[in-house]
Design a protein. Structure first.
Length: 246
């Protein structure tokens, strides 16, 4: 059974994935934004999950979360699920936090980053981006383009790791709204599959997935120069460098 860390597990797709993985017998470490949100995951803790607390909009708390995860031992997989839609922290939570956690958590075998079909409307332009979350400089679509590019960059930098991005679809979560037309179960199935399956297709890297099918992401995510620019911008903004490959 695998040991899996999932960010943003208080509700929505993160909590649904944690619930399924626990039921399948995996060891699951969940994450919530604040102590107040722990009550909402007590059912998962009762099933055996370990719960960690950190506000991913705050860089130092994100760094501390990496220390908390490392103290538990090496993860087999990390699912970067946490995200916000319309908030000044959209870049810090959706992009900076996955980058920092990727750089600082002991390298797992598998990395899964939550993207969105809306990344296709993102702008491959890093000029003027405020990564601190103190003001709005990038949209949700921009953030998902950047995190999809991050997943592709990690796949190239760490060829010994399976690094993939997932479009979960427009599903009826708190973010998606009750009228979202897509299937909630399919919205978290691919993350679970990429994190744990021994199927040959799941043990691949540099994919952009929708409902267990590879689809084509925005062309900018494959642009090596843009990947390098993004990693450099995040390293300068956070003071955290991504370790080199093997």
């Amino acid at each position: 059974m695998a040991r899996i860390f999932i960010t943003g597990s208080a509700d929505g797709l993160g909590k649904a994935a944690a619930r399924t993985l626990l039921a399948d017998g995996h060891e699951v470490i969940i994450h919530v934004r604040s102590e107040q949100r722990l009550a909402g995951v007590q059912d998962l803790v009762t099933q055996g999950a370990a719960a960690l607390v950190a506000d991913l909009a705050v860089l130092e708390q994100t760094r501390d979360l990496a220390r908390q995860v490392n103290a538990l031992g090496r993860m087999d997989a990390v699912i970067h699920n946490a995200g916000v839609y319309s908030d000044p922290s959209v870049l810090s939570v959706n992009v900076v936090a996955p980058y920092v956690l990727t750089a600082l958590i002991q390298r797992p075998q598998r990395l899964v980053y939550l993207s969105s079909g809306m990344h296709q409307g993102g702008r491959p332009d890093l000029e003027g981006m405020d990564w601190s979350g103190s003001r709005v400089t990038g949209s949700y679509s921009d953030s998902k383009l950047f995190v999809t590019t991050l997943a592709a960059a990690i796949a190239r930098r760490w060829p010994d790791v399976f690094s993939n991005a997932v479009d979960p679809g427009w599903v009826p979560t708190k973010m998606g709204g009750p009228d979202a037309p897509d299937d909630l179960r399919l919205g978290h199935l691919t993350q679970e599959w990429l994190a744990t399956s021994d199927a040959a297709e799941a043990r691949t890297t540099d994919g952009y997935w929708h409902h267990q099918r590879r689809v084509e992401p925005h062309p900018a995510t494959r642009d090596l120069a843009f990947q390098a620019q993004l990693l450099d911008a995040l390293a300068r903004a956070t003071g955290v460098s991504l370790p080199p490959g093997p």
